[in-house]
Ligand binder design. Structure first.
Ligand SMILES: Nc1ncnc2c1ncn2[C@@H]1O[C@H](COP(=O)(O)OP(=O)(O)OP(=O)(O)O)[C@@H](O)[C@H]1O
Length: 624
């Protein structure tokens, strides 16, 4: 039976008696000087090299994992082994019957061995890979005599360009139904190819998804996706921030529930507009374009989410969604529905004025005026006339025709008295009278004018201490603190920082007519680690200068002021108070010198508010 092989080895011509594929492979085996008498022990990987090779072929192994046992079961007999070879002919996986596998092992037909033609002569694995075509190699068709007990079928596993990535082999003892088993091998190879394509698609999809996730997170605009059932399938962090909620609270919700008031859905040809107005008057609009597939079926809609221009730059909007902010806003809306006086306590720049405006706007007086007066910014002698006004000739220097006071101007609305702790005692008496009698008389006038004004007072000082020091009247204190509201400093609600920063970037870019700048995520950790003694005002000034001086389209750590860039390292360093005071005093004097003693520009130069500057000047004994 092995006559043809014997005669070929002797050098006789047998070309017409064997299939051309086998004949060509025998000839190549001769050229490779393969020893036809002996099983080669060459090119067998050590266990560690084999596991490295398996690692490098991870997707081929994963794709064949369910296929090899399936093919083995399909063969319906134990006299086979199903092998996976890589593109170098190394066997990297085997499933089969232990009895046959131990026989196969004797000729190195087992994991770790390479069955390239160059090493083992004609064989199904090596020849299928060499010809990139399915093949069966039976008995004496193997070039090496010791392999003549084998019957093998192999089919290459190709990528989508037809390049062989590996090979699926079925080996056993000779079987008469040569074509049937070859078909099974080909089917196995094609199943592995399909799995590989699926992985490729999964990877591509993941790549696109990751890409779009990154793009939407970098987007300094809200991004929203809604499926054809109206369910929100994606919203970026910025968009969620605009809605004052977290991404995970919104994704999966019906869009109609999230955008409930006042206008809801508006379908308009191929686009869709959504509106939302929240408690503080912030209005959000979303413009979405429908996405359709090739057959015109609507898959959903994607688009942007913005604060509508009309309200985006209003200075009455409270930005921040931390637990503390939420708690405070809930209290503010309750306060707004009452008529009582309010006393707001909070450090400078925490938003006392903005929250007073919010109370006014949410109240039934919102159509009336909101009038603010800072008691620390005026000399004691002027406060009274500012508050109550005066008649013609009331005092030397009085304006001809007189002047209405802030109370008169605030009639039917709200008066906001900032830094009330700095109000002189004599004015406190007059204020108390106005509050009790609900009428005001201009200085020098005998007539009283009925007024209906809600008073919101604010201070960064502890008024009860001022009362014990007899700098503040107890009766006025009680009159004002009917309702109190504590504004937490920014360092206690650092979760608000990202929203505030994005808002200030938007606001500054708008006012400087610059294209909207992005911000590197890392910047937030620096901003959150700073203690912000000047609170939101200091943060606002910091962002304004970062935007104005920005080098590129995205604000980075490099754009941060030095002291904030160093704040992460300096957090543990204790402050040397007296030195700090000295330096603050010097900075104030320098700024005043630069601005010829003008308060507003000096405050701007220092990056603090006017009121803070007045207060610091008072505390540090700086006079102009
Ligand atoms: N939550 C906030 N959202 C948006 N802007 C804010 C917020 N809090 C403060 N600001 C901004 O910070 C700046 C300071 O706020 P505001 O004047 O209300 O603080 P304040 O507590 O009254 O300060 P001061 O006591 O020094 O007068 C303002 O420009 C204000 O618009």
């Amino acid at each position: 039976m092995d006559n043809q092989w014997k005669r070929f080895i002797k050098g006789e011509s047998v070309e017409s008696e064997v299939t051309p594929t086998i004949y060509r492979s025998w000839q190549r085996s001769l050229e490779y000087h393969v020893d036809h008498t002996l099983v080669s022990n060459q090119d067998i990987l050590t266990t560690s090299r084999l596991s490295e090779r398996r690692d490098s072929q991870e997707s081929l192994i994963r794709a064949s994992e369910p296929v090899l046992p399936y093919i083995f079961n399909l063969l319906g007999s134990n006299n086979y082994t199903v092998l996976l070879g890589d593109n170098d002919g190394y066997i990297i996986e085997a499933v089969g019957d232990t009895h046959f596998m131990s026989k196969a092992q004797k000729v190195n037909l087992s994991p770790g061995a390479s069955w390239r033609e160059e090493i083992r002569g004609t064989n199904a694995i090596g020849t299928a890979l060499r010809d990139n075509s399915p093949i069966s190699v039976f008995g004496w068709e193997h070039f090496v005599h010791d392999n003549h007990f084998l019957a093998c079928w192999a089919a290459p596993i190709q990528n989508s360009q037809g390049i062989p990535l590996g090979v699926l082999d079925i080996s056993g003892e000779a079987n008469p139904d040569r074509q049937k088993i070859l078909n099974i091998a080909m089917m196995g190879a094609s199943m592995i190819e399909k799995n590989l394509r699926l992985f490729e698609l999964e990877n591509q999809l993941k790549f696109y998804q990751e890409g779009s996730k990154l793009a939407s997170s970098l987007l300094q605009q809200g991004f929203l996706a809604i499926d054809h059932n109206g369910i929100i399938t994606n919203i970026n962090a910025y968009g969620a921030g605009l809605l004052g909620r977290r991404q995970e609270e919104i994704i999966g919700q019906p869009a109609g529930d999230v955008f409930s008031t006042p206008k809801g859905w508006m379908l308009n040809g191929h686009s869709l507009n959504l509106h939302l107005k929240d408690r503080s008057g912030k209005e959000i609009t979303s413009h979405l374009n429908q996405v359709v597939n090739n057959s015109g079926k609507t898959l959903g809609a994607v688009g942007t989410l913005n604060i509508s221009k009309a309200t985006s730059l209003s200075n009455t909007m409270w930005i921040g969604n931390s637990v503390l902010s939420q708690r405070m806003l809930a209290r503010v809306s309750k306060i707004a529905s009452t008529r009582s006086s309010v006393l707001i306590n909070g450090e400078s720049g925490t938003g006392k004025e903005i929250i007073s405006r919010t109370i006014h706007q949410l109240s039934s007086r919102s159509e009336g005026p909101f009038v603010a007066l800072n008691c620390a910014s005026l000399p004691a002698t002027l406060i009274e006339s500012e508050l109550f006004g005066y008649v013609d000739g009331a005092f030397t220097g009085a304006r001809r025709g007189g002047k209405p006071g802030k109370f008169e101007l605030a009639n039917n609305g709200t008066i906001f008295l900032d830094e009330i702790g700095d109000m002189p005692l004599n004015v406190q008496v007059a204020l108390l009278r106005v509050l009790q009698e609900k009428e005001v008389s201009r200085i020098g006038d005998t007539k009283a004018l009925k007024i209906d004004v809600r008073v919101i007072a604010a201070t960064h000082k502890d008024l009860s201490v001022l009362v014990t020091e007899e700098k503040f009247r107890l009766d006025l204190y009680y009159r004002l603190k009917v309702i109190t509201l504590e504004l937490p400093p920014l360092r206690e609600r650092t979760e608000d920082i990202p929203d505030l920063v994005r808002y200030f970037i938007d606001k500054t870019c708008n006012s400087l007519e610059l294209p909207l700048l992005g911000i590197q995520e890392e910047v937030f950790s620096y901003l959150s680690s700073h203690s912000w003694p000047g609170n939101v005002r200091e943060l606002e000034n910091c962002i304004e200068s970062m935007v104005a001086l920005a080098e590129g389209p995205v604000l980075t750590v490099e754009d941060l002021p030095d002291e904030i860039r160093q704040s992460l390292q300096n957090k543990s360093v204790t402050k040397a108070e007296p030195l700090l005071n000295q330096q603050t005093k010097q900075a104030i004097l320098y700024a005043l010198n630069q601005t010829n003693g003008k308060i507003a520009p000096a405050a701007k130069l220092l990056g603090i508010g006017r009121n803070t500057l007045y207060r610091k000047m008072k505390d540090l004994g700086v006079n102009i």
